[in-house]
Design a protein around this ligand. Structure first.
Ligand code: BES
Ligand code: MN
Ligand code: ZN
Length: 511
């Protein structure tokens, strides 16, 4: 899909599909009921007939321009005119625009148009035309994703060109930059949605590492990639990762990516990202019941999230050094799989009593976090589909955040707010740290059943993070899945959420 700026209105006038906006102005007079008038401002009408038709519809009160009230009519040239209602335009926020554009784009996409035009100036509700353009492009690109590789019949509707009409030449380079950013971020989100949606019989650990490598080599110039195979993981003494991998038909993988900004000073921060990449979670010997096992191909969603953010931040030339560590294996059952009651030594030397093989994410992350801390980052973020308890506490919509440094957590919460993604902090308290003490090993991999599961998971991870590293853990178990309330997310499969938050943090954060 191509985005073109249309500074003369010529493309708009010629277009088969025109997306316009209308809004309401309400006047309140003392003692009288408030009255609402419908308005639109479209700067340069090349097409007087269209203007008249639209005026007539408004005059006849057939269309009021209320929020999310849309109107589609056929113009005199046979073109489709789709009017987006903005309601009280000044009250709209960026997230409203994202959702409004997504609804409009989906409505148009279901018809077979290849070229569509948006009246960017009329849609500039953010009073910043570059930001508005970036938001429109972001929304469209996120909507335009489909995981259809296994469908014999694919949808043939493909929008090839999106024109954005804008008449102030001074802003053009800013607008182009905003569009480029949205493309970088959304291409990364769509790449990781493909990883998450891929079936587990195809995307096992060895294949996952290969696909990341292929993507890095094709798109991320200057990024160093190192992939540890089983022998190298044994050499690293990652006993916990190996214990989860013990029942697998595939080798485990650690993918280690490094990026350095072009301008590096002694003040340049180093941020490490670590992700859980369980390509399928059966639970191991602590087997999941059938219904809970469905969807466990998503259990590599944390690694996909951090890779997506790393990828976008590299494309956006983040001013920080970044290390990204993805830990990959499945959690399978076989005669070689780890028994509950086993005691395993992790890379940092701590011994772990494995009482439940279904609490495997924390085991692979433990070794990956310890390995990441050896890279001496200033700050660290891990993301993982770690606990079902995150869904109980915060539903599908809100990402849980926990960690050891309130300032670092606040920065991530701020980034989430800026990008309109829900995130909420849960505490880690000493009582829960005590809950994972074991009588026969240093720690055990579960706490009291049905009690503060998400925080217990985080308390376990904390044991493997160096005290001098600012660390935050994101439990993305709920948010990796489709978000039915968000029109710019697919209705099924991977959501791609949190990549925008983390990218913003890496590229624009204060660190
Ligand atoms: N991958 C699951 C967590 C999960 C559950 C993600 C539901 C998405 C949806 C994780 O490995 C797991 O099984 N966690 C256990 C931990 C328990 C045994 C302490 C859980 O949440 O039940
Ligand atoms: Mn599990
Ligand atoms: Zn899991």
């Amino acid at each position: 899909m191509q985005f073109k700026l249309d500074a003369t209105g010529d493309q708009f006038a010629k277009s088969e599909v025109k997306v316009l906006s209308a809004y309401q102005v309400t006047t309140e007079k003392k003692g009288k009921t408030p009255t609402s008038e419908t308005h639109y401002d479209i700067k340069h009408w090349k097409d007087q007939t269209l203007k008249e038709e639209f005026d007539n519809l408004i005059a006849a009160k057939k269309y009021k321009g209320g929020k999310d009230e849309s109107l589609t009519f056929t113009g005199a040239m046979g073109e489709t005119v789709h009017v987006v209602g903005l309601g009280q335009k000044n009250k709209l926020k960026q997230e409203d625009l994202r959702r409004t554009i997504a609804r409009a784009f989906k409505a148009i996409k279901s018809s077979k148009y290849e070229v569509i035009s948006f009246d960017l100036d009329g849609l500039n509700v953010l009073h910043d035309v570059a930001q508005t353009a970036g938001t429109i492009v972001e929304s469209i690109l996120l909507c335009d994703y489909a995981f259809d590789k296994y469908l014999s019949k694919k949808s043939s509707n493909e929008v090839k060109v999106v024109n954005l009409s804008h008449f102030d030449k001074k802003q053009i380079s800013k607008i182009e930059k905003a569009i480029e950013s949205s493309k970088n971020i959304c291409s990364s989100i769509n790449v990781i949605k493909d990883f998450v949606n891929e079936a587990p019989n195809y995307l096992h650990s060895e294949e996952y590492a290969k696909r990341v490598e292929t993507d890095v080599k094709a798109n991320l110039k200057g990024v160093k990639i190192k992939i540890l195979n089983k022998a190298q993981i044994q050499k690293e003494k990652m006993g916990l990762l190996l214990s989860v991998n013990a029942g697998s038909a595939y080798e485990p993988r650690i993918v280690h990516l490094t990026y350095e900004p072009s301008k590096k000073t002694s003040k340049t921060k180093h941020i490490a990202l670590v992700g859980k990449g369980i390509t399928f979670d059966t639970g191991g010997y602590s087997l999941k019941p059938g219904a809970s096992m469905m969807g466990m191909k998503n259990d590599m969603g944390g690694s996909a999230t951090v890779y997506g953010a790393f990828r976008a931040a590299v494309l956006e030339k983040a001013p920080v050094k970044m290390t990204c560590i993805l830990a990959m294996t499945d959690n399978a059952v076989s005669s070689l799989a780890t028994f509950p009651d086993s005691i395993i030594t992790g890379r940092n030397g701590k011994t772990v009593e494995i009482l439940n093989t279904d609490a495997e994410g924390r085991l692979i992350l433990a070794d990956a976090l310890d390995y990441a801390c050896d890279q001496k980052p200033d700050c660290l973020i891990d993301a993982a589909t770690l606990t079902g308890a995150a869904l109980v506490a915060l539903g599908n919509q809100v990402c849980a955040i926990l960690g050891n440094d309130q300032k670092w957590i606040n920065q991530i919460l701020d980034a989430a707010k800026t990008k309109d993604e829900y995130m909420w902090q849960l505490p880690i308290i000493d009582e829960w740290r005590n809950d994972i003490k074991s009588k026969v090993a240093d720690i055990k991999n579960i706490g009291t059943p049905m009690r503060a599961g998400t925080a217990i998971g985080a308390a376990f991870l904390e044991e493997f993070v160096s005290k001098d590293v600012k660390w935050a853990h994101l439990d993305v178990a709920g948010v990796v899945e489709a978000q039915s309330h968000l029109p710019y997310c697919s209705s099924h499969g991977a959501s791609g959420l949190i990549v925008r938050t983390l990218t913003h943090l890496l590229v624009h954060g204060q660190h």
